[in-house]
Design a protein around this ligand. Sequence first.
Ligand SMILES: *[C@@H]1O[C@H](CO)[C@@H](O)[C@H](O)[C@H]1NC(C)=O
Ligand SMILES: *[C@@H]1O[C@H](CO)[C@@H](O)[C@H](O)[C@H]1NC(C)=O
Ligand SMILES: *[C@@H]1O[C@H](CO)[C@@H](O)[C@H](O)[C@H]1NC(C)=O
Ligand SMILES: *[C@@H]1O[C@H](CO)[C@@H](O)[C@H](O)[C@H]1NC(C)=O
Length: 230
Amino acid sequence: MFFSKSIIATTLFAATTLAAPLFSCSTAKALMTLPANETALAKQTGAPSFALLGVGVQNYTCGADAKYASAGAVAELFDISCLGGTKAFDTVQDTAYNIFKLIPDKLISAKNAGLISAPIGVFSSGKHFFTPTANNGTAPVWDMRAVGVKSVQGKPDAYVLAAKVANLTAPNGAEDVPWLQLKNVEGDLATAIYRINTRGGQPPASCAVGSAPISVKYTSKYFLFGSTVV
Ligand SMILES: *[C@@H]1O[C@H](CO)[C@@H](O)[C@H](O)[C@H]1NC(C)=O
Ligand SMILES: *[C@@H]1O[C@H](CO)[C@@H](O)[C@H](O)[C@H]1NC(C)=O
Ligand SMILES: *[C@@H]1O[C@H](CO)[C@@H](O)[C@H](O)[C@H]1NC(C)=O
Ligand SMILES: *[C@@H]1O[C@H](CO)[C@@H](O)[C@H](O)[C@H]1NC(C)=O
């Protein structure tokens, strides 16, 4: 167990710290770039409030139709603002994905999910997870209350619970989860949230009815705009 934790800690430490300095910089150069010809996601002008790397899993349950259905996600968020304007900023999700992929899937199980975050919590800039809502569904949350970018960490409103607005099929491959635009429902961390530059996260095309839920590793960039955390 200790050995496993060490592997994960070391791997993720490498993935995130080689790529991303443990500091927070101005986001002036950490800009979101959408394909010029896409119209599904609304373009944003100017710098985001936060530029983040997400490293985690997309969860799926097997339906009666023998197809996987999305069942939320959990990811660790890392501030990549200091990479803004460098080549590493463009490819940080690839760097992280290629290293993260090396971790055996069985270690990224429900029982061990804490291992994604626990050993590297100190480097984390926030958490992404799903939470139940009043109307019985679940909604995605980006949370910097407990662990976060220094300027907002510890503030009670440093989170955003969001709802999907639009999606774009990932331009680079069927293995990558779609790019998304979401809007604020609750919290002050952002008014608009984007998941782009996704790597991985897609389930197999079919499943055996009755089989257990699965978690599929992914990385992505998350851009948060319009933070009003006070
Ligand atoms: C946008 O351009 C890329 C090539 O640069 C192309 O692969 C893609 O299909 C285009 N998308 C749309 C929506 O036209
Ligand atoms: C996703 O699966 C992981 C284990 O792989 C679990 O820790 C996490 O709570 C799950 N999240 C959701 C929203 O189901
Ligand atoms: C949640 O679902 C239950 C059963 O489907 C329903 O009775 C209840 O009214 C729902 N609650 C809300 C807040 O929608
Ligand atoms: C993506 O957006 C289209 C509308 O543009 C919608 O029909 C589809 O259900 C969406 N897919 C997902 C996975 O949200």
